[in-house]
Design a protein around this ligand. Structure first.
Ligand code: ATP
Ligand code: LTN
Length: 337
């Protein structure tokens, strides 16, 4: 007998612009995995509230992200596509999990440390509790695998610790999830500071390629990308972080090995190489952008996707909240009738 497909959950915060790092580190793997697993893909809109947002811009951005998920190849019929804020179970479980989380554990989170430095004027409790909401996101869907980039590994470890702790005290409530971190491209670096991760909320637009950047802008950004001293193109992440990042990008975009690309571009200067990277990225993004514009204009379609997603996601998530609340000793509402 074949066993049922395993569950996957992943999400992206609806902040900034979706960028090439998100595509390579997350979205492209979701697309690949959708045939093999039972997938839940989420707009992590509640997580976005940890940083002050302009309400109108946030709402539009959520629709932009949804349309981009679909344009990148996430099939809404095969997967459950939904907004986190449409499924109350996320905050319901997050509260219970908070009561199993030690302050010391949250204090150690590097994303919290980074973000509290970047947003020093607004270090709110949501930012601190962010990883607990993320743990709830994952555990609600009995997810076996969570495809994310390298920067999320620590959050996944915390999720596993919390799930194991709850299971230890209350029986088998949660599936213990595994991170799925891609072997290559798990950490695409900034085009301006290649020792820092390319980040969609970087104030410097030159540091990232947005999935919706025009071809002209993409070429310019690559031409201006910070490279290293010397003029030879070869991979050395320590000595040549800029060139190595571009080689990784070109290798993923063209499906060629780094060594074949080194051979092709070793001599001939950085200029020719950077143009080749820009062109390869454009070739990849143009069809996605075309699909995006068609989908984004169809407001009725996007609304239907959100309704359908919220309903399917809630069905699954509500059962897990009930399982947890029941195990904790809260009176089940169903026992009242
Ligand atoms: P921000 O840059 O806005 O702080 P973040 O760090 O919260 O964003 P997201 O952009 O929400 O991260 O990340 C969504 C997904 O994309 C995650 O799985 C993350 O690991 C992946 N990702 C983000 N940036 C990169 C990158 N530079 N390289 C590879 N994967 C990335
Ligand atoms: N914190 C994640 C976004 C995120 C997520 C999730 C990823 C929120 N909830 C659940 C995987 C599973 C980030 O990439 N910054």
């Amino acid at each position: 007998m074949t066993s049922p497909p395993k569950n996957i959950l992943s999400g992206i915060q609806t902040s900034g612009h979706l960028i090439l790092g998100n595509y390579i580190g997350a979205l492209s793997h979701w697309v690949r995995m959708q045939d093999e697993y039972n997938c839940y893909f989420m707009l992590a809109d509640l997580h976005t509230l940890t940083v002050t947002q302009d309400p109108k811009a946030l709402r539009e951005r959520c629709y932009d992200f949804l349309a981009l998920y679909v344009a990148c190849g996430i099939d809404p019929e095969k997967n459950v596509l939904f907004a986190q804020s449409h499924v109350p179970a996320h905050t319901q479980l997050a509260w219970a999990l908070c009561c199993f989380t030690q302050l010391g554990e949250l204090n150690r989170m590097t994303q919290f440390k980074d973000k509290s430095q970047r947003h020093a004027a607004n270090i709110n409790a949501g930012l601190f509790n962010y990883p607990v909401l993320m743990a709830a996101d994952i555990l609600l869907y009995d997810a076996h695998l969570v495809p994310v980039g390298e920067d999320q590994r620590q959050h996944l470890e915390l999720t596993r610790d919390l799930a194991t702790r709850v299971n230890h005290y209350h029986g088998d409530i949660f599936v213990i999830p595994e991170p799925y971190i891609p072997p290559s491209g798990a950490r695409i670096m900034s085009l301006q500071e290649p020792t820092k991760k390319m980040s969609k909320s970087d104030a410097n637009e030159q540091s990232y390629i947005a999935l919706l950047d025009t071809s002209d802008v993409i070429l310019k950004k690559f031409k201006r990308a910070v490279t290293d001293s010397g003029s030879e193109v070869y991979y050395d992440a320590v000595e040549k972080p800029g060139i190595s990042n571009l080689l990784t990008l070109l290798s993923i975009m063209t499906n060629s090995s780094i060594s074949a690309l080194e051979e092709e571009y070793r001599t001939g200067g950085y200029g020719r190489f950077k143009t080749a990277v820009g062109e390869a990225v454009i070739e990849h993004l143009v069809p996605i952008q075309q699909r995006y514009h068609e989908i984004r204009e169809d407001a009725g379609y996007l609304t239907r996707l959100l309704q359908q997603g919220a309903q399917k996601a809630s069905e699954q998530a509500d059962t897990v909240v009930k399982r947890m609340y029941n195990a904790l000793g809260l009176i089940p509402q169903s026992s009242l009738s």
